[in-house]
Design a protein around this ligand. Sequence first.
Ligand code: TYD
Ligand code: MG
Length: 457
Amino acid sequence: MATAKTVWFCTSCGNESPKWMGRCPACGEWNTMVEEPKKEKKSSAATRSRAFVATESDARPLTLGEISLTAENRFSIGLAEVDRLLGGGMVEGSMILLGGEPGIGKSTLALQIPLNCASLKTLYVSGEESPRQIKMRALRLGGDASSCSILSETILENILDQALAVRPDLLVVDSIQTIYSDELDSSAGSVSQVKECAARLLRFAKETGTPVILIGQITKDGSIAGPKVLEHIVDVVLQFEGDTRGAYRLLRSIKNRFGSTSELAVFEMTGSGLREVLNPSEILIPMHKDDLSGIAIASVMDGTRPFMLEIQSLVSSAAYGMPQRNANGFDVRRMNMLLAVLEKRAGFKLAAKDVFLNVAGGLRVTDPACDMAVAVAILSSNFDLSIPLDSCFCAEIGLSGELRPVSQVQRRIAEAKKIGFKRIYISSFNKEGSWDETGIEVVPVSDIPALCRLVFK
Ligand code: TYD
Ligand code: MG
């Protein structure tokens, strides 16, 4: 009987199946299975990745007490914000996946590292651009280019040979989808190639102690091609977000084996590369002087750092039977829930209104503390009554219309005060905390009707 020569892989999670399926049983995505030649090699990625953990044959289990705590060796990469995201610098032998949509600035950021940090001997492998193109980019970025070597190569074996010869302090591979191993039949960017190349580069990182930055393209649905496959192999996943047409980019750490996750750094794309924005509140709060309706400032906490953010809303009568609901940077289902709460618990008639919501700066917020600002921005636009720009909001809204407490309210109040706000509305359930009220009025509120009475006097 003929044996199967091909297998089917899910491009979303890397799940392998002997036959095609409309829906991947592992991740539940539809239409993601692609056919690829069966890998003939005996050594699978799993056995390989086991090999570097226990390269010495005398490996034996150690009790936790026996393990010495010589902390991992870290070094700064010259970009303070990226160092912070990594948990205080890059760890030797770590593998970092830098993901993002095309044109967002991944290659720019990776090239800025050696240019900013002249002591770091870097090998920048590009499968996408020629050395000339990279040189031109480096000239635009400025900085010291003496420590950075460029290799234009897509064959994994050659890259590893060169890396072993050059012995860099940092290896950058731009991008993982363009490189391929000669030992596999499938084409570059396929699930098995991405998996195999990443596993081999990981082995190089662990065996030589060289940190490796893998650049990964994100496909339209928001996942890095061969995505989950890479996410669990690598130590750190940094993801670029934001509107490529706008100037601001967000770098988020979504996985970090050496530090905390959900940290966020803001960058501005300028004519000479990415500039770190050390105080994001400054760019995210409004520039206009006049009081406009539909605008409210939220105190958002992304990771461990609070910042202030402008929420804009527009409410108008629906021109057609079916009202439109649209949100940029905010979960539209959560907005619908807040609209239902405003309607049912506070008696505002919004069912026949078009509601549009926008988070300034191209940011995507998930912090539930934004709820209060979203609700007051919608009401402000609905009544055409402006909210004083020296006020800001932080509370979650529950299904019964109650204002729920948020985490780290002290730090949010301190940030609001630092930026110059005169008033911050919080949930009255947060009142147990203690904070310094000099210079800022902290207003505890228990529900939406009470909030409206205070804000729209
Ligand atoms: P790039 O880093 O190549 O994006 P990626 O590798 O994620 O695909 O480029 C990002 C965009 O930034 C590109 O459209 C050009 C622009 N850019 C600047 O505005 N200023 C600069 O100094 C550089 C290098 C690029
Ligand atoms: Mg690029």
